[in-house]
Design a protein around this ligand. Structure first.
Ligand SMILES: C[S@@+](CC[C@H](N)C(=O)[O-])C[C@H]1O[C@@H](n2cnc3c(N)ncnc32)[C@H](O)[C@@H]1O
Length: 354
């Protein structure tokens, strides 16, 4: 019989309750994004600690329930989104943004990680989550398809507001990452014509061209996506289907695309990339790369959690892969050289050379 008063059992009981209640975390994060709390605290960089009532007065001057806002802020403080400031008698709690919280602040270009949070918690995606176990019992149909009767990209494609949010979400995540890439990786040097496959709004190309103005950029994505993409000097938007063909170039860039597809589909995409490149041409892919160990670091957790997101929303057999799995995919379609560069904790750069 287990001794339920032992430290081990007490720790186990609280840990399983933490896991079982975990849904409060993303849903509260979604709530603070909906309420625009980060911008209200940030106020042009002041980031002065504010009470829930003071925040509420900024985001909803007509009223509301400050106690409930404080409950949310307090919980997210324990996840590092806010810093809590208690006065001497510990009665009044005030909140400022931490480095994590600052990722939700809208920057000068109108970007932040907030649209990514909203994108992940839209009704159509939420309907898929209670069906994760179905991906185990029957992986031929994704939970998203079971919940919504069609694949995610088809679903977004028919709904301009979802497409628009997806574009904003991708820009908000990709721009800071690309700043790090362009500082730590020089593989775009010498390229003359670069296609971004699945380039969304074209932010990655815009930033690459800013550093390498000699490059001619082709932003290639689904027709309904490029139709919404903004004009970018030096970039031509081309609508198409990467499973059919990819415009030719001496370099192909692809970020966060392979992950959402099965091995078979990745080979089709990579084969089309291979065919679009001259001998010596490079496919530069940026993808989440799984570590070998299953530890409890933020990096491993973010990568493993993203893997379940892909399984649930995009492809039941689409997945986050290890470096070796990517290397083998490249070899299988003919790429002779492979090299990985680690300039970020979430995405890695995978260079495949023809
Ligand atoms: C996860 S998003 C990544 C967007 C962008 N590369 C980034 O990292 O910000 C995947 C992109 O692939 C595009 N995509 C999906 N199916 C496609 C297809 N068959 N042909 C071309 N692009 C496709 C989507 O529209 C979307 O923009």
């Amino acid at each position: 019989m287990e001794d339920e008063s032992s430290e081990t059992r007490k720790r186990a009981r609280v840990a399983i309750l933490e896991l079982a209640n975990m849904i409060s975390v993303p849903m509260s994060l979604n709530a603070v994004v909906r309420l625009n709390v980060a911008d209200a605290i940030w106020q042009g960089g002041t980031n002065s600690p504010l009470s829930a009532s003071e925040i509420l007065a900024r985001i909803h001057p007509s009223g509301g329930d400050p106690e409930n806002l404080q409950r949310i802020l307090r919980m997210l403080t324990s996840y590092g989104v806010f810093a809590e400031h208690l006065n001497a008698d510990a009665i009044e709690r005030k909140y400022s943004l931490t480095e994590i919280g600052k990722t939700l602040v809208t920057d000068g270009e109108g970007l932040s990680y907030a649209p990514y949070v909203l994108q992940h918690h839209q009704d159509a995606l939420m309907r898929a989550w209670p069906l994760v176990h179905e991906a185990v019992l029957d992986s031929t149909t994704e939970p998203f398809v079971k919940a919504n009767d069609e694949p995610a990209y088809d679903y977004y494609g028919k709904r301009p507001e979802m497409n628009g949010l997806m574009l904003k979400a991708m820009s908000g995540v990709s721009v800071p990452f690309m700043k790090a890439v362009l500082k730590g990786y020089s593989g775009f040097q010498g390229l003359e014509r670069l296609v971004d496959v699945g380039g969304s709004a074209g932010d990655c190309l815009r930033m690459i061209l800013h550093k390498y103005p000699i490059v001619q950029g082709i932003n290639f994505d689904l027709p309904e996506v490029v139709a919404k993409a903004p004009n970018i000097p030096g970039v031509t938007h081309v609508g198409g289907d990467m499973f059919k063909s990819i415009p030719s170039a001496d370099g192909i860039f692809m970020k966060w695309v392979l992950t959402t597809w099965t091995d078979y589909e990745c080979k089709q995409i990579m084969e089309n990339c291979y065919n679009a490149l001259p001998v010596g041409g490079k496919l530069i892919a940026c993808e989440p790369v799984l570590p070998k160990d299953s530890d409890d670091s933020h990096r491993t957790r973010a990568l493993l959690e993203g893997d379940i997101f892909v399984m649930t929303i995009y492809r039941a057999k689409g997945k986050h892969r290890t470096e070796e799995e990517f290397k083998q995919l490249g070899h299988s379609v003919g790429f002779s050289h492979f090299q990985a560069f680690y300039v970020d904790y979430f995405y890695s750069i995978l260079e495949f050379q023809k």
